[in-house]
Design a protein around this ligand. Structure first.
Ligand code: THU
Length: 161
């Protein structure tokens, strides 16, 4: 039987994270406060750290025509593609809350569509993108490469080989 192994690091609290990831998480939290989510009331923030030192924020943008909305991760990645084309993406932090007046972080992991999009950014830049997210137990999970969250993914290679 073959198996796929996913390696990741778990940090019990925010204070256990390396300082640059704490900063990134703060940026994701700030982005979360700008989320437009009047339908789900699930507010998500993402912050993308670039090799040039910039941090790009994203938050979910919902719409009355529900499928027209977009997740925080894609908002951040696509904005990065426009504002900083070709600049290496090092990491992304995501966070969520259910009440902006009490921004207690809740568990969130990227949806399948966002994993697919982040994976292609990673593929294009040929360098791993770390992903930091918040688990159900309250700890922080650091995944060394977004592609590892999509085993047996469909990629550009399938179209050309
Ligand atoms: N959402 C995100 O923005 N990112 C995720 O990783 C999970 C889900 C948004 C989409 C929608 O606006 C709301 O959360 C509820 O699904």
């Amino acid at each position: 039987m073959a198996e796929i192994i996913l390696s990741y690091q778990e940090y019990p609290t925010k204070q256990d994270l390396p300082p640059h990831l704490q900063t990134l998480l703060d940026q994701a939290q700030e982005a979360c406060n700008k989320a437009y989510a009047p339908y789900s009331h699930f507010y998500v923030g993402a912050a993308v750290a670039l090799a040039n030192g910039e941090i790009m924020q994203g938050c979910n943008q919902e719409n009355s025509a529900l499928p027209a909305g977009l997740c925080a991760e894609r908002t951040a990645f696509y904005a990065t593609g426009v504002q900083h084309p070709g600049v290496l993406i090092q990491s992304v932090a995501i966070t969520a809350c259910r009440d902006k007046t009490n921004p207690e972080p809740v568990a969130v992991t990227p949806c399948g569509g966002c994993r697919q999009v982040m994976m292609e950014f990673e593929e294009r830049q040929k360098s791993p993108i770390q992903l930091l997210m918040h688990s159900f137990s309250g700890s922080y999970l650091l995944i060394p490469s977004v592609t590892s969250l999509l085993p047996f993914n469909f990629s550009q290679q399938h179209m050309t080989h």
